[in-house]
Design a protein around this ligand. Structure first.
Ligand code: HEM
Ligand SMILES: *[C@@H]1O[C@H](CO)[C@@H](O)[C@H](O)[C@H]1NC(C)=O
Ligand SMILES: *[C@@H]1O[C@H](CO)[C@@H](O)[C@H](O)[C@H]1NC(C)=O
Ligand SMILES: *[C@@H]1O[C@H](CO)[C@@H](O)[C@H](O)[C@H]1NC(C)=O
Ligand SMILES: *[C@@H]1O[C@H](CO)[C@@H](O)[C@H](O)[C@H]1NC(C)=O
Ligand SMILES: *[C@@H]1O[C@H](CO)[C@@H](O)[C@H](O)[C@H]1NC(C)=O
Ligand SMILES: *[C@@H]1O[C@H](CO)[C@@H](O)[C@H](O)[C@H]1NC(C)=O
Length: 565
């Protein structure tokens, strides 16, 4: 009898799974259909079978396949929405229904008024291999409040000033690396900028000198390996049985390293060693957090009395946060520094104005700026136009965004008084769409740092809520002052010494020469499709990576300027 029952059982299972799938899909789409009837704004051509997946795919196909596809396609859809800057896209089963927001007022409701919780998407599960466990970026509620509170003082603008001399030293090494290449080779600028930013973050947060611009180091090496083995899309990576082993192995190396350094910082604190201050060094962000923790908990050793053992709870959590800082700050800052040079190469008048400001504040002798900044970090705050260049760069190339969960009793309202009940709907604020929206920005596509220095009556003066590269509200980016400082220092020390020019044509020729015979032939014969290689005319477009790296790591050439002193 078994030979009858087995196929029968399989048949029943198949049919019931199929029925279940159809039922779930139907319910999902019916819900969106209902929202359509309620007046939720949506892109055209929604379908019962595909939702908006085909619409998104179509918007995507205009761009290179490695472009920051989600954001560019969503930006395209959002900017196409004429009467409002809020629209719902139905991407089930890829993601829950998603409210795309490019309207400042709605964004303020999301981040400030309701401070909607982070989604499961950037949850501990997907971040765990990278940060090792719960971290500030994925936590919610009281747990988030506690840890964010411990780290805020270290990131404060006032305390950030104490790191300026150190950042100046790091940028000085960056300048040496540029000088070595000046007038000589084609190179990818990203190789230099990621090393710079990683070095700065390790120093500022953990007080460790990686010396990473000169040599390799176990910490970033372990980190890089973990990240290279992290992919949600590539099954060759996520389904690889070796992946968890490799990630665990390198995770342990990172943990051991951070633990050792934490222990050292802890000893310095315990032995009352203001030796840190004595050595004229700034207190690291982790040291300040540790002080806060001790003050709150009575003592940091908790269980283990005064053997100099650091509290396990603090150590575990703190090392996750440091890994998060490296992860959240490295690519974002690195890419943003590259885009400074990219935009300046296209806007010579801005570059000239920048140099005039630097001459005025630091005098005409370019090399003196280094020592002046180290002695008087507050000089940075006088560089108003420099900061405006930084801000305008981040408006054009914002590297992040935010994704929040819907909450059942929250209703968002747009400027036409349309309401959006947020039950079961995620919201994402698309910075590119908001920052380029002509409804909120005057001459949006132009590079006009002036908008950030004019008086409020001026037509260029921006709506502060429309400018959100670091997001706003209590869950904004704590790294903002660090980033502004690092980018300003980079400009002060390089704008008058170097000129950086993108070299994509030369790069493409080199790539073509190295291209395999078959591929070359295929392209010649038109068999291998040539896809678009720009985004809105930009060859150095943001790619689909964490921190949205410029395409191909920004191949460029650098010239040393011979300014008479
Ligand atoms: C150009 C550079 C950077 C940009 C544009 C940027 C942008 C952002 C944005 C938009 C968020 C909100 C993310 C979300 O809501 O999911 C965020 C969060 C965060 N960023 Fe940054 N970031 C930058 C650099 C840094 C640096 C250098 C650090 C640390 C050293 C850092 C640490 C963090 C942390 C810890 C969070 C989570 C905050 C929380 O959830 O309470 N970021 N960043
Ligand atoms: C919807 O379909 C029509 C006709 O096929 C097309 O012209 C239009 O561009 C599509 N809209 C979107 C948002 O894809
Ligand atoms: C700067 O750090 C110290 C600890 O060294 C802390 O007490 C102080 O509150 C911080 N400053 C600010 C403005 O948060
Ligand atoms: C920093 O960014 C580079 C470039 O994307 C990446 O290869 C590396 O893994 C990152 N390093 C750390 C420590 O996050
Ligand atoms: C720290 O706390 C533990 C228990 O919580 C206690 O036994 C120990 O004596 C405390 N140490 C100091 C130095 O206060
Ligand atoms: C002390 O440590 C032990 C083992 O590490 C743990 O089980 C216990 O809960 C801790 N006690 C306190 C008060 O933290
Ligand atoms: C939206 O509603 C508010 C209060 O309910 C009202 O004051 C305002 O005029 C309305 N705006 C529009 C555009 O209908």
């Amino acid at each position: 009898m078994a030979w009858i029952t087995l196929p029968f059982a399989i048949g029943v299972t198949l049919i019931s799974s199929l029925a279940w799938l159809i039922y779930v899909s139907y319910r999902q789409r019916a819900k969106i259909h209902q929202l359509r009837r309620q007046g939720f704004r949506m892109p055209q051509n929604w379908s019962w079978i595909f939702g908006h997946l085909l619409v998104l795919q179509k918007a995507r196909s205009k761009f290179p396949s490695d472009a920051a596809a989600w954001t560019t396609a969503l930006r395209e859809l959002a900017l196409g929405a004429t009467d409002t800057e809020v629209l719902l896209v139905d991407l089930w089963p890829v993601s829950p229904p998603l409210l795309i927001v490019a309207d400042p007022e709605v964004a303020v409701q999301i981040t400030n008024k309701y401070n909607l919780p982070k989604t499961r998407h950037n949850s501990e599960d997907s971040m765990k291999p990278i940060v090792g466990g719960p971290s500030i970026i994925s936590m919610n509620g009281e747990e988030w409040k506690l840890w964010r509170g411990l780290f805020n003082p270290g990131f404060s603008a006032a305390n950030m000033t104490t790191y300026v001399p150190y950042i100046v030293d790091c940028v000085q090494v960056f300048c040496e690396k540029l000088e070595e290449r000046a007038g000589k080779v084609l190179f990818q600028l990203e190789d230099l900028t990621t090393r710079l930013t990683t070095e700065v973050i390790a120093k500022v947060t953990l007080d460790v000198d990686l010396n990473y611009q000169h040599q390799d180091h176990v910490l970033p090496h372990a980190f890089n390996t973990i990240i290279n083995w992290h992919s949600m899309w590539n099954p060759m990576i996520w389904a690889n049985p070796l992946r968890p082993l490799v990630q665990k192995y390198y995770g342990r190396i990172i943990k051991r390293f951070i633990r050792k350094e934490l222990q050292a910082r802890f000893l310095e604190l315990q032995t009352g060693q203001t030796s840190i201050a004595k050595r004229g060094r700034a207190k690291s962000i982790i040291a300040i957090a540790l002080e806060g923790y001790i003050a709150e908990q009575g003592n940091a050793s908790g269980n283990s009395t005064s053997t100099g053992e650091l509290n396990e709870h603090f150590t575990g959590y703190a090392s996750n946060q440091i890994r998060l800082f490296l992860f959240a700050g490295n690519d974002t800052t690195s890419s943003s520094i590259i885009y400074l040079y990219h935009l300046l190469s296209q806007n010579p008048l801005v570059l000239e104005k920048l140099r005039v400001e630097h001459d005025a504040i630091f005098g005409p002798n370019v090399v003196e700026a280094t020592d002046m900044l180290k002695e008087k970090p507050a000089l940075l705050n006088q560089c108003h136009y420099t900061l405006a260049v930084v801000k305008e760069t981040l408006r054009h190339y914002a590297p992040a965004g935010t994704l929040r969960s819907g909450v059942s009793n929250v209703v968002l309202t747009d400027r036409h008084n349309n309401s959006y009940p947020m039950d079961g709907i995620c919201a994402t604020i698309i910075h590119a769409a908001m920052h380029m929206n002509p409804y909120f920005w005057v001459r949006p596509t132009e590079f006009l740092p002036e908008r950030f220095v004019v008086d409020p009556e001026h037509e260029l003066y921006p709506n502060p809520a429309a400018y959100r590269p670091f997001e706003q509200g209590p869950r904004n980016c704590p790294g903002i002052t660090l980033v502004y400082n690092e980018m300003r220092i980079a400009l002060v020390l390089t704008a008058r010494r170097f000129i950086v020019q993108p070299a994509y044509e030369e790069w493409d020729e080199l790539q073509a020469m190295n291209m395999g015979f078959l591929k070359t032939l295929g392209k010649r014969l038109g068999v291998v499709a040539t896809e678009p290689n720009t985004v809105y005319g930009d060859r150095a477009y943001q790619t689909d990576t964490a921190g949205t790296h410029p395409k191909d790591g920004y191949p460029c050439r650098v010239e040393l300027l011979n300014r008479s002193l």
